[in-house]
Write a protein of this length. Sequence first.
Length: 118
Amino acid sequence: MLYLLALSISAIPGLMAIVLFYFGLKEKNNRKATIISILAVLFLGASFGGLEWSFYLLGYNMFTFFAFPLIAYFAVWFLFIIWVFESRKQRKIWIIFLIALVILVLIAVNCMNCLARI
């Protein structure tokens, strides 16, 4: 039953990310649009974290669980993030997010219960 709470918590930042991406794409000021897009990516990361937590509560390790719709969902969002920052000629930002994502995935795969041990 706790996984439903995790899914609900995951939906809130997901919706917020969509709203922020919408406003970020409509913003004419490049500096404001960049800040809004970075916030949208952070909210999207929080949504993905909540989704991973709900899978963990159900007993699935999302990083070893192969499901094409789930992989397509993450891939489409990541390609959209690349497109948003490439359209503004800000390659450095999405590369930093990619490196952070790889580091977080490596930590999550190699240490699934590290937080419980602390």
